[in-house]
Design a protein around this ligand. Structure first.
Ligand code: CP
Ligand code: NVA
Length: 306
């Protein structure tokens, strides 16, 4: 049995296989109505439960459509409506759900809650975002870059803004796939120490600067995310501290002439990115959002292949 909890836990060959499978499944159903099964549905009869402690549009809908296209079904559970929200333990919840469904995806506030759930579950558990990482998002992002550039290995990526959960999963991916990643984050918003240590120990080409222009200089890909993540309580301070890290046209001009822009969405135009950039010709954000679907399908298949 395989859990999908962090890119850091996945072998590089498996990550590449997930990306290749996602691309193949996407191509194979081009033009089909979205609600139809794949021509060769890989997971007939499998039931996926999704537990949400926080809001979601893309993760919820893409996992739901993913399991349907693969021949399975899903249940969407709001954690606050479950006994979990009244104090039932994570181990008991994990053991009970493992008797009802074939896999569980969890979006949680605390990363340790997802790892604890996985420890006690007897079915695959997928991390649908925590305070510490967002591995499914990075599969979609890498798929988008693979479609655009072909090979990922020689790319130079620039992350600008808060060194948050999504940034952490990019750091893990840089270690696995060998692309260069420079993070431009102000003091107080650097990535988590554990993830920077992981990058150092794994020999990843990851650099950190407080200068957004230096981060973007010569980049093939510029990436932004919200300045205020779900669960952050200091919105006003964050918006002030991070304002100089907004991805504007003038910042994009520091990157390569053919550089592209990624953002996991939801976006806040005029905060972490200007409308001209996210709605402009270099933005791949809607391909990126669509690729959540194809990525989730490959992640689900990888989990069940264990
Ligand atoms: N990018 C992403 O995870 O979006 P949702 O919060 O809408 O799921
Ligand atoms: N960093 C953001 C990502 C949302 C998909 C958050 O955690 O809210």
């Amino acid at each position: 049995m395989r859990h999908f909890l962090d890119i850091a836990d996945i072998a590089a060959a498996d990550l590449k296989a997930i990306l290749a499978d996602a691309a193949a499944m996407k191509a194979a159903r081009a033009g089909l109505p979205k609600g139809t099964l794949d021509s060769d549905p890989a997971l007939p009869g499998r039931a996926l439960a999704m537990i949400f402690e926080k809001s979601s549009t893309r993760t919820r809908v893409s996992f739901d459509m993913a399991i349907r296209q693969l021949g399975g079904s899903s249940l969407v559970l709001n954690a606050a409506d479950m006994q979990l929200g009244r104090g039932e333990s994570i181990p008991d919840t994990a053991k009970v759900l493992s008797r009802f469904v074939d896999a569980v995806m969890i979006r949680a506030n605390a990363h340790e809650d997802v790892t604890e759930f996985a420890h006690f579950a007897s079915v695959p558990v997928i991390n649908g975002l925590t305070d510490r990482s967002h591995p499914c998002q990075i599969v979609a992002d890498l798929l988008t870059l693979q479609e655009h550039f072909g090979d990922l290995g020689g790319l130079q990526l620039a992350w600008v803004g808060d060194g948050n959960n999504v940034a952490a999963s990019f750091i893990h991916a840089a270690a696995k796939l060998g692309f260069e990643l420079t993070l431009g984050c102000p003091d107080g918003y650097a990535p988590f120490e554990d993830d920077l240590a992981y990058a150092t120990n794994s020999g990843a080409k990851v650099e950190l600067t407080t200068d957004p222009r230096a981060a973007v200089a010569g980049a093939d890909v510029v990436i932004a995310d919200t300045f205020v993540s779900m669960g952050d309580t200091d919105a006003d301070k964050r918006l002030g501290d991070l304002a100089p890290y907004s991805v504007t046209q003038s910042l994009m001009e520091m990157a390569k002439p053919k550089a592209v822009f990624l953002h996991c969405l939801p976006a806040h135009r005029g905060e972490e990115v200007s409308a001209a950039v996210i709605d402009g010709p270099r933005s791949l954000v809607f391909d990126e959002a669509e690729n959540r679907l194809h990525g989730q399908k490959a992640i689900l298949k990888w989990c069940f292949a264990g």
